[in-house]
Design a protein. Structure first.
Length: 397
C-alpha cells in the first residue's frame, strides 16, 4: 500500500510540474486552456479511480472507457516518456545557460516587428504544448480498437510418454480475463463462443478471472460456467483476483461449484484415462524471495501427484516452470505476463525485462510450458502482444 501511495503521489507531482511547464510554453490563451483542461482531467480522473477502488465502490464505472484508457495511457506511458526526455534535456539546458553566461561577445539586438497572426515561434510553442493530449488520445484510440480483439493461438505439443489414450487430446486455455474495467461485454461473449466452438476436451482457466473488483466476480463465474468442455473444466487464482479481498474471492469461488484448485488437485478421466490437474495458488511473497517461494510451493504441491495419471500443472506465474521442470512435469500452463503487454518485437519489451518466460512455448528436457498472453487487460494498450485464447493439441512424441 505504501508503494501505491508513493507511486500515485509521484504521478500527481509530475502532472503538476508538466502542467506548469506546458502552460508557460505557449503564449496563447487557447493553448493554456487546453493544457489545463487536459491535465486537470488526468489528475482528477486518476484520483477518482484510486479512491473508488480503495473504497470498494463502483462509481468509477461511470467514467467512460475512453477516458479511463486515456488516464492509464497518460500516466503509465506519456508521463513517463516525457519525464525521461525532460531529465535528458536538463544537462543540455544547463550547458546552454553556462555558455551564455561566459559569452563575452555582445549580441546585437534589433526590434523585430512581428506580422499579424501567429509567428513561427508561437506556432511551434503551441504545437509543443499540444503534445500530451495529442499523444495520449491517439494511443487511446488505438487501444479502444484493440479491446474487442482476441485471437486463437494454436500449439501442437509432442509429449514424451503421453498415454496412447490421450494422443490428440485438446485443451482450451483461457487466462487473464480481467473481467472489469477494460474487459467486459462483447469480447467476453466472443471468448465464450470461441471456446465452445473448439469443443476441447479440457477448458483450463489460469488465473486473473477479475481485474480487481469483487463486484465483477459473479460475471466472471457465470462466464466460466458457460464454457463447455467435453470432459472437464478447472480454474486457479491469479494476483489480480486477490487485490480487493483474497479471502472473499477464494470463499466465493469455492462456493460456486466450479472446480477451483487452490494448492490442490483433481482427476478428470479423459477418454477413460486419468488426467490429474494440479493448481498452484498465488504466491504472496514479494521481492527477491518470490521465485524461491514459488519453487517451494510447486514442489510441495507436486507431492500430491498420482503416478498412474497424466499430470498438468496450472500456475498463474510462469516462473513456476523452473521447479516443474526439475520434477519432470510434462506440461505447465501459465499466464500473468500478457505477452509482455508492450513489446518492440518478440525479444525486446516488458516481457523479457520482467520475466524469464513471457509468451508462447518453452521447453526444458521433456517438460513443456505454455504462457498465454491472456484474453483481457488491466492496461488498455497492447503492442506486439495480442490478446489470445490458447488451443493445445497433445501428441505422442
Amino acid at each position: 500500500m505504501r508503494f501505491i501511495f508513493t507511486l500515485i503521489g509521484l504521478m500527481v507531482s509530475l502532472d503538476i510540474i508538466w502542467w506548469i511547464v506546458f502552460v508557460r510554453l505557449t503564449n496563447h490563451a487557447a493553448g493554456r486552456v487546453i493544457v489545463s483542461l487536459f491535465m486537470m482531467a488526468m489528475i482528477l480522473g486518476l484520483i477518482a479511480i484510486i479512491a473508488a477502488r480503495m473504497a470498494r465502490a463502483d462509481w468509477d464505472r461511470f467514467i467512460p472507457k475512453f477516458a479511463v484508457s486515456a488516464i492509464f495511457i497518460w500516466h503509465f506511458i506519456g508521463l513517463g516518456l516525457l519525464s525521461l526526455i525532460g531529465l535528458a534535456l536538463i544537462p543540455i539546458l544547463i550547458g546552454q545557460k553556462i555558455a551564455g553566461y561566459y559569452q563575452n561577445t555582445p549580441i546585437a539586438t534589433s526590434q523585430v516587428i512581428e506580422p499579424a497572426g501567429w509567428s513561427r515561434r508561437e506556432f511551434l510553442r503551441f504545437a509543443g504544448a499540444m503534445v500530451p493530449p495529442v499523444f495520449t488520445f491517439s494511443l487511446t484510440g488505438i487501444a479502444m480498437a484493440q479491446l474487442s480483439e482476441v485471437r486463437v493461438r494454436r500449439f501442437v505439443l509432442s509429449i514424451v510418454d503421453l498415454p496412447k489414450e490421450l494422443d490428440g487430446m485438446t485443451i482450451a486455455q483461457v487466462s487473464d480475463m480481467h473481467v472489469g474495467r477494460f474487459t467486459h461485454g462483447e469480447v467476453l461473449q466472443k471468448t465464450v463462443r470461441v471456446v465452445n466452438e473448439m469443443r476441447a476436451d479440457l477448458v483450463l482457466l489460469t488465473g486473473d478471472l477479475i481485474n480487481d473488483a469483487l463486484a465483477d466476480l459473479d460475471t466472471g463465474l457465470e462466464l466460466a460456467r458457460k464454457m463447455e468442455a467435453r470432459f472437464g473444466l478447472a480454474i486457479i487464482e491469479g494476483n489480480h483476483d486477490l487485490i480487493e479481498d483474497p479471502a472473499e474471492f477464494e470463499t466465493r469461488v469455492k462456493a460456486s461449484g466450479i472446480p477451483f484448485l487452490l494448492d490442490g488437485s483433481t482427476i478428470i478421466r479423459v477418454r477413460g484415462f486419468p488426467v490429474q490437474l494440479l493448481g498452484l495458488s498465488w504466491t504472496r511473497v514479494r521481492g527477491e524471495g518470490r521465485d524461491a517461494a514459488i519453487s517451494t510451493a510447486v514442489k510441495k504441491l507436486l507431492e500430491q501427484r498420482t503416478a498412474d495419471a497424466f499430470a498438468i500443472l496450472m500456475a498463474h506465474h510462469p516462473h513456476a516452470f523452473d521447479a516443474a521442470a526439475e520434477e519432470q512435469m510434462p506440461l505447465t500452463l501459465s499466464g500473468h505476463t500478457h505477452g509482455g503487454q508492450l513489446m518492440l518485437n518478440e525479444r525486446l519489451g516488458f516481457g523479457p525485462a520482467m520475466f524469464r518466460y513471457w509468451s508462447g512455448l518453452y521447453t526444458r528436457g521433456q517438460s513443456n510450458l505454455i504462457v498465454s498472453n491472456g484474453v483481457g487487460n488491466w492496461f488498455p494498450l497492447r503492442v506486439n502482444a495480442p490478446a489470445e485464447i490458447v488451443h493445445l493439441t497433445l501428441r505422442q512424441a
